[in-house]
Design a protein around this ligand. Structure first.
Ligand SMILES: Nc1ncnc2c1ncn2[C@@H]1O[C@H](COP(=O)(O)OP(=O)(O)O)[C@@H](O)[C@H]1O
Ligand SMILES: [Mg+2]
Length: 248
């Protein structure tokens, strides 16, 4: 199968079971959301898929290849990426300079080539395309610290896309973003390359219902149910457990 195929995945922290027998598929072009209460194990799941954490059991395949034992850097090279966190941005550097780094990293040129590469037309073109995709063009030469928080989160997404992933995991892309700016995040997700496999972990239900075509509900490390947005919105158990009956 093309994409991610997770079977029977489990993770324990000592006696605490945080992921229990999780089956999960993510194919090219998918737009899935993973929702669930705080502490349900959503970030842990993302960390198992990206290789930040080692599973206690189960298998993770990508394009049919078992990647469960691979380190994070290896999985990034295969095309599995989770968004950078703002803490990994360089706040004093401009948007353009920040975007240059993952491109050079991907090309294996590293930080030493930084100055010389600033004259590289192919790299600058790629930066321009990324900035246009996220409406960051007008902010290209501004230090990241001057940007609105929502815009900084767009820079994170652009940085991650510079790695040319095939699977993109967004762990709470709208967390901390003022509600007046969440549309920036929603629009950016809606405009991601069509063939990318996208998993969004998010608490903002407006965002989830706008971008997801399929929603997986995780409760205490287990998948409670998976369905279309309308199926999930109409699921009495989900409403009671998570949506508080408030979403229509
Ligand atoms: N490194 C860790 N060691 C021990 N417990 C952890 C660790 N990481 C997460 N947990 C616990 O695992 C559970 C799930 O956490 P997490 O995956 O962050 O949930 P979510 O992202 O759904 O809020 C929580 O009870 C959390 O305290
Ligand atoms: Mg989390």
């Amino acid at each position: 199968m093309q994409g991610l195929e997770v079977r029977g995945l489990s993770k324990r922290f000592g006696g605490l079971v945080v992921s229990e027998n999780i089956d999960f598929d993510l194919k090219p072009g998918d737009r899935k959301a993973l929702i669930g209460p705080n502490g349900a194990g959503k970030s842990t799941f993302a960390n198992l898929v990206t290789g930040i954490l080692a599973p206690s059991g189960g298998t993770i395949r990508f394009d049919g290849q078992d990647i469960g034992g691979m380190g994070e850097a290896h999985r990034v090279k295969l095309g599995i990426a989770k968004t950078f966190q703002i803490t990994t941005l360089f706040p004093e550097m401009t948007v353009r300079e920040n975007l240059r780094l993952p491109i050079l990293e991907r090309e294996g040129r590293g930080f030493r080539m930084f100055r010389r590469a600033s004259g590289d037309a192919a790299v600058e073109d790629e930066i321009g395309t990324l900035m246009a995709q996220f409406d960051l063009g007008p902010l290209a030469d501004r230090p990241v610290r001057d940007l609105a928080y929502g815009q900084q989160r767009l820079v994170e997404m652009a940085l991650t896309l510079a790695l040319k992933p095939r699977v993109l995991i967004l762990d709470e892309p709208a967390a901390g973003v003022p509600s007046s700016e969440t549309h920036l995040i929603t629009d950016a997700i809606a405009r991601l390359p069509e063939d990318l496999a996208v998993l969004v972990i998010e608490h903002d239900m407006d965002l989830v219902f706008k971008v997801a075509r399929s929603i997986v509900v995780l409760v205490q490390g287990r998948i409670l149910t998976e369905g279309t947005p309308s199926e999930i919105a109409g699921n009495a158990q989900v409403r009671e457990l998570y949506l508080g009956g408030g979403h229509d």
